[in-house]
Ligand binder design. Structure first.
Ligand SMILES: [Zn+2]
Length: 223
């Protein structure tokens, strides 16, 4: 693999994911959240100062800390494995072989190539083998993986793999329809376009089942 700036620019601009696993270092959680906030605060201070901003201005004074806390506790809070939603499931034999669809789950994520928002909807489905999860669990799983520096395809795969694990079945699918602010607000500035990704596991690879799922969700992204 070629590792030069031009190549990395190309990967970023084309939003190519290099792996389905979030590329974290082994020492990612060796320091505490408070220590991370302290370090990032200094980094944000440095960025704004380099840009020529006057950080003694009342409006800017609190920005470095505010951004640091937001990164660690909120928008990138899903990096920490401890934050993963617990996977309580229920037995429900009446749901056996039935397709359950939860559509229009709100997705707020961050493009890891530009650190700008990805905003959209996820539609998740599974065919129960007798095990079901609470609907809010699907929201929480989407939100957990969304709160990372992300690539939409990777987010999609991570949601499906997690639900497959929790439900003990391959029959899980997820479609995400989202706007990337790095595309909508800068670069090509295409405000209308959205990106659709899909991951179909097990029976959802079959045309008939996939069709049924897509008919249920009838894509219509609104904000
Ligand atoms: Zn981007």
């Amino acid at each position: 693999m070629i590792h030069n700036e031009e190549f990395q620019e190309e990967i970023g601009n084309n939003h190519i994911a290099t792996s389905a696993v979030t590329p974290l270092r082994k020492d990612a959680f060796d320091i505490s959240d408070d220590e991370k906030i302290e370090r990032i605060k200094k980094d944000v201070e440095s960025i704004l100062t380099t840009l020529g901003m006057d950080l003694t201005d009342d409006s800017l004074k609190g920005t470095p800390y505010r951004v640091a806390k937001m990164f660690v506790k909120e928008i990138f809070g899903g990096l920490h494995p401890n934050k993963k939603p617990s996977s309580s499931t229920f037995e429900n034999k009446y749901k056996y072989n039935e397709m359950l669809v939860e559509k229009n789950i709100v997705v707020y994520s961050t493009c890891e190539h530009h650190l700008l928002p990805i905003v959209g909807r996820a539609h998740v489905a599974y065919i129960s083998n007798g095990t079901v999860v609470g609907l809010s669990k699907m929201n929480r799983i989407v939100d957990y993986f969304a709160k990372r520096p992300q690539v939409q395809e990777r987010l999609n795969i991570q949601i499906v793999e997690e639900l497959q694990k929790v439900l003990g079945t391959e029959d899980v699918a997820c479609v995400i329809d989202a706007k990337h602010l790095c595309v909508n607000s800068r670069g090509i500035r295409d405000i209308e376009s959205s990106t659709v990704t899909a991951e179909f596991g097990g029976k959802f690879k079959e045309e008939k089942t996939r069709r049924e799922f897509l008919d249920y969700i009838k894509l219509d992204t609104q904000f």
